[in-house]
Write a protein that binds this ligand. Structure first.
Ligand SMILES: NC(=O)C1=CN([C@@H]2O[C@H](COP(=O)(O)OP(=O)(O)OC[C@H]3O[C@@H](n4cnc5c(N)ncnc54)[C@H](OP(=O)(O)O)[C@@H]3O)[C@@H](O)[C@H]2O)C=CC1
Ligand SMILES: CC(=O)N[C@@H](CCC(=O)OP(=O)(O)O)C(=O)O
Length: 314
């Protein structure tokens, strides 16, 4: 028996990448919508309700509409948009979040796929809160450097059209200090104060690195960089897709520069701690279309269906 899978938004950046993953599999049958019916509500509703798993790779408003179309209790929705990441009844699709997360993903039919920046931030910060090293009331800041595919089809077209010198250099954005990932960053780390978050988009297709700088004086008294690194390692022990690098990773230090593209075309996240006696940088890198979106969505599908979590993923 094959699982019927439908990708609503199959021509978008996230949807296309999910379809690439699904094309490698023999255990799923992909239900495809005719090109001229991609936005036909009745046809979308038919396919959504025929699917065992439906990925929503749509703008937020269209995702909400799609969720409302589903009446089949067997259809599991995995929503890549921001629409449901802190919504009641939806489970956050980050299996590595905490001990009970896989069971929650398995037992629910509504899964919200995390945002790309948020995935890196949450994986870096949550274990420090859980271990009691970082108080939930801490005033945290974070920056993220991301490739332009994170902005979807329109941003990709803007960068790839060429001829705009302003796109050559990195561009900080979300300067209104209200990036759409902040609610999920708080909800899934336990931080009670909104982090100051500034993403920066660069002139490269994909790859993302979040940096959380911390003064050791903001952590539990006496905390060392090594203890922070060990808390991450303990939290992710046995995880297939999260790797905690050695303290002050010698390879990165030898180069002197951090490579945000090193996990491209994988579903992996690397976590790093750099530091001295006063300060640390906690860093996370991933492929924004891998563990930051499409890979994560496929991983959640695997967990939900009870198949090997790594099926179809590298
Ligand atoms: N790109 C990334 O790295 C990430 C994206 N996401 C999220 O995933 C979702 C999809 O993003 P992304 O793939 O980048 O976006 P894109 O803009 O690349 O693709 C969105 C797709 O949805 C289609 N669409 C829009 N409205 C409807 C509708 N009413 N019915 C059916 N299809 C519709 C669009 O059609 P058309 O082709 O005609 O425009 C387009 O193909 C967004 O919510 C985004 O925030 C999440 C994590 C990372
Ligand atoms: C470069 C760029 O614009 N990136 C997007 C994030 C993409 C992502 O994770 O997305 P969603 O929350 O939309 O699912 C942004 O910062 O808004």
């Amino acid at each position: 028996m094959k699982y019927a899978v439908y990708v609503d938004g199959q021509e978008g950046t996230t949807g296309l990448r999910i379809n690439e993953y699904l094309a490698l599999r023999t255990d799923v049958e992909v239900l495809r919508i005719d090109a001229d019916k991609r936005k036909d509500a009745a046809e979308r509703a038919r396919l959504l309700n025929a699917a065992d798993v439906a990925f929503l790779c749509l703008p937020d408003a269209a995702s909400r509409e799609a969720a409302a179309m589903v009446t089949n209790p067997r259809t599991c929705l995995i929503d890549a948009s921001t629409a449901h990441r802190t919504a009641p009844g939806w489970v956050f699709g980050l299996p590595e979040l905490s001990g009970g997360q896989r069971d929650a993903i398995r037992s629910v039919k509504r899964i919200a796929n995390p945002g790309c920046h948020a995935t890196a931030f949450i994986l870096a910060v949550r274990p420090l809160v859980d271990a009691g090293l970082l108080p939930p009331t801490a005033h945290v800041t974070a920056t993220s450097i991301t490739g332009y595919s994170g902005g979807g089809k329109s941003m990709i077209a803007e960068y790839e059209a060429g001829g705009n010198a302003k796109l050559a250099s990195p561009r900080p954005y979300a300067l209104g200090l209200a990036h759409k990932h902040i609610p999920e960053m708080m909800a899934h780390t336990g931080l009670t104060v909104p982090p100051v978050f500034m993403p920066i988009v660069g002139n490269f297709y994909k790859g993302l690195g979040v940096t959380v700088p911390l003064h050791l004086s903001d952590l539990r008294a006496g905390t060392t960089p090594g203890q922070v690194r060990d808390a991450l390692a303990a939290h992710y022990e046995g995880e297939r897709f999260v790797r905690v690098m050695p303290l002050r990773d010698p390879d990165t230090m030898a180069h002197g520069f951090f490579d945000v593209q090193a996990n491209n075309d994988t579903n992996h996240v690397d976590l790093f701690v750099f530091g001295n006696e006063q300060q640390i940088l906690v860093m996370a890198r991933l492929d924004n279309l891998g563990k930051g979106a499409s890979g994560a969505a496929v991983q959640s599908m695997n967990v939900h269906l009870g198949v090997d979590e790594t099926t179809g993923l590298v």
